[in-house]
Design a protein around this ligand. Structure first.
Ligand code: COA
Length: 315
């Protein structure tokens, strides 16, 4: 398969670090130097599904395709306002598609997991055109009194349209269960039979453990993909990494011994929008003209689970 079009959509409300320091014991200096985030887009009166639909429409327009040409839709999402139906089915209706659709929750690595699922469909000869949409509102998961988590995140949606081709060179996925590092419990409705203790809590994170996992996992996934294709880190033109922390990106850059120019970022004004980071960054690099036909691109993401993945593709 190949990526034929990209799209993205961000909420209109922008929250700067200085705005956060008005109600949190934090500062622009701390957030900027420890994370690289300067501002982030957060959902206010928008609905996530509308942003997902708009990102999908933009990706379809970029691919010069109409929704009725789609054979499958995969939506990567951690939380949204609906428990059911699935977000992909809402997007399907919103863009006017009629194909089957599925949601996956692979945390921040969801876009790369979705690419792997799509690739399997292509290899089985079951699809021609596939839409992937990552839509996330992590700002609805964090405790806005917890300076260790809420400063990191932003919301948004990113999408990619896939068509037949041989541009995807390698995808490598990993998972290693660690449920006490990055997790959130939600309270389900009670029944007369529930006797276990249950809690409702915002996102919990052991930041330093996540940091170490991220650097190790991304380095390993990208190296495996490079080895699979038989190329070197030097042969990759652009590294589009999950935008979790600029220090994580810098550490991966050092591990790969590659120049900073190869690592475009948008963490400065987006923060971490979970699985939407990769397709939003891809869309921005596509639209700015940074990606040139024939460029080798590496994309890598990691998140709660832990799960992680890397993909190597030719633009
Ligand atoms: C969260 C993270 C930025 C914290 O940075 P860190 O350098 O590890 O900082 P620490 O957690 O050691 O905290 C250092 C101090 O800063 C404080 N601090 C934490 N957040 C702060 C904030 N927003 N503003 C000011 N101080 C803050 C801590 O309370 C701590 O204070 P103490 O020394 O008095 O206890 C970093 O660990 C990280 O990015 N981890 C990965 C998170 C991630 O990517 N999650 C999503 C994965 S998909």
């Amino acid at each position: 398969m190949r990526i034929a079009g990209t799209g993205s959509m961000l909420p209109k409300k922008v929250i700067t670090n200085d705005m956060l320091s008005q109600f949190l014991d934090t500062s622009d200096e701390w957030i900027r130097t420890r994370t690289g985030v300067v501002s982030r887009h957060v959902i206010s009166d928008e609905r996530l599904e509308d942003m997902a639909i708009e990102a999908a429409r933009r990706a379809l327009a970029d691919a010069e395709m109409t929704a009725d040409e789609l054979d499958f839709i995969i939506c990567s999402n951690v939380v949204n306002e609906y428990v059911t139906p699935q977000l992909s089915c809402i997007i399907q209706g919103g863009i006017g598609a009629t194909c089957p659709c599925i949601d996956i929750n692979c945390a921040c690595a969801g876009f790369i997991y979705a690419l792997e699922i799509a690739e399997s469909f292509y290899q089985a000869g079951r699809v021609r055109n596939v839409l992937i949409v990552s839509a996330e509102e992590p700002t609805r998961m964090t405790d806005w009194k917890d300076r260790r988590t809420c400063v990191l995140f932003g919301d948004g949606a990113g999408a990619a349209v896939l068509t037949p081709g041989d541009n995807i060179r390698s995808i490598k996925l990993s998972a290693s269960s660690a449920t006490d590092k990055l997790w959130q419990y939600r309270l389900l409705h009670p029944t007369p039979y529930i006797t276990k203790e249950e809690v409702d809590m915002p996102l919990q994170m052991k930041g330093q453990d996540v940091f170490k996992f991220a650097v190790k996992a991304a380095g390993k996934d990208i190296s495996r993909a490079l080895k699979d294709v038989g190329i070197k880190a030097d042969d990759v033109s652009h590294y589009l990494l999950h935008q979790a922390n600029i220090r994580i990106i810098n550490a991966i850059q050092e591990y790969l011994e590659q120049p900073a120019e190869k690592f475009p970022t948008n963490i400065e004004d987006h923060g971490n929008s979970s699985s939407s980071c990769c397709p939003i960054l891809l869309d921005e690099c596509n639209r700015s003209g940074l990606l040139k036909r024939g460029d080798m691109v590496a994309m890598s993401a990691f998140g709660a689970g832990f799960v992680s993945g890397a993909v190597l593709f030719e633009w």
